[in-house]
Design a protein around this ligand. Structure first.
Ligand SMILES: Cc1cc2nc3c(=O)[nH]c(=O)nc-3n(C[C@H](O)[C@H](O)[C@H](O)COP(=O)(O)O)c2cc1C
Length: 300
């Protein structure tokens, strides 16, 4: 017998966008739920699908509604996703939306909106597969909201930051890498620093760590800032590393990060934030200069 929790986690390895699926119930009240099971199905005829849990409060409404709409969320619509994933009674009072074709509720600010006629409903285990035939759709420019392993992510920010870092002269690219309950640091005997790539690209970082016998796993951008002391742009990734410790490196336990002698003040601040994030069980991105900037929470 398959372990449903393990299976849900395995499904979560498939990175997706996030949609809000909406309709009207017979008395005209708007209904909606968050779904990442959206899939494009066919161009001719134009079909899409969404899987809806039979346990959802709105399952009966969607199973019988003649029309529904799919709204693809933009990167700044994390709160909208959270709202429609909740069982709040009046979700539509807490967001901005507009009635569209077939009077379907369309969420303002979405990247794409598809209005569909109910084409077919397939009973599939504990879900219903809603297949919609697209009558109308609109798209706008913007960056999508992403979802991966139970956390939201933003493709746009990471791509923009990585490109900005690679383009700027005097850029440096490094990483804060978890290793055996601590962080991997370079140790020149006098002071400690974060490992840097020979060239400011992610490939260069992973290649140089691999060449030293380490196996890095890079997760996401952790900090990016204009360093006015060097005139360049600094970008630091977050990840983990395994392997035998090469010469000139050491693993600093998290508890020692606050008091360690870190050569670069920006790196010291970054490691402070890392230790705090670790304690809080959530992660963030820093964007700004080497001394001031904004910290954006990423989630658990
Ligand atoms: C990112 C995300 C994706 C989700 N995807 C789906 C999905 O594809 N199908 C589904 O039935 N529920 C999905 N859910 C859960 C529903 O949104 C949630 O159960 C919601 O309460 C259903 O609304 P209702 O009970 O008012 O119908 C998702 C939740 C989140 C946060």
């Amino acid at each position: 017998m398959t372990d449903p929790k393990a299976l849900r986690n395995a499904f979560g390895a498939f990175a997706t966008g996030v949609t809000v699926v909406t309709t009207r119930q017979p008395d005209g009240t708007p209904r909606g739920f968050t779904a990442n099971s959206f899939t494009s199905v066919s161009l001719d005829p134009p079909l899409l699908l969404v899987c809806l849990a039979k346990t959802a409060h709105s399952a009966n409404v969607f199973a019988t509604a003649p029309h529904f709409a799919v709204n693809i969320l933009a990167e700044d619509q994390k709160a909208v996703s959270g709202l429609f994933a909740s069982r709040t009674p009046d979700k539509f009072a807490q967001c901005t939306w507009t009635p569209g074709p077939a009077d379907m509720p369309l969420i303002d600010g979405s990247l794409a909106q598809f209005t569909c006629a109910n084409h077919q409903i397939i009973d599939a285990g504990d879900h219903l597969i809603l297949i919609g035939r697209i009558d109308h759709f609109v798209t706008t420019e913007g960056q999508p909201l992403g979802y991966f392993r139970g956390n939201y992510f933003s493709i746009g920010i990471e791509k923009d930051l990585a490109e900005a870092a690679a383009a700027a002269k005097g850029s440096r690219l490094g990483a804060v890498l978890a290793c055996n309950g601590g962080v991997l640091l370079k140790d020149d005997g006098a002071a400690l620093s974060l490992p840097l790539a020979p060239k400011p690209t992610l490939d260069s970082l992973t290649a140089s760590l691999t060449a030293q016998g380490l196996t890095p796993q890079i997760d996401f951008v952790y900090a990016t800032f204009d360093d006015r002391t060097t005139g360049g742009h600094a970008i630091y990734y977050h990840g983990s590393v395994s392997g035998i410790l090469p010469q000139g490196y050491r693993i600093l336990p998290l508890a020692d990060l606050a008091t360690a002698s870190i050569a670069n003040p920006a790196e010291a601040a970054l490691l402070h934030r890392y230790a705090e994030d670790y304690r809080n069980g959530s992660f963030s991105i820093y964007h700004g200069t080497e001394t001031t900037g904004q910290v954006r929470q990423l989630g658990a």
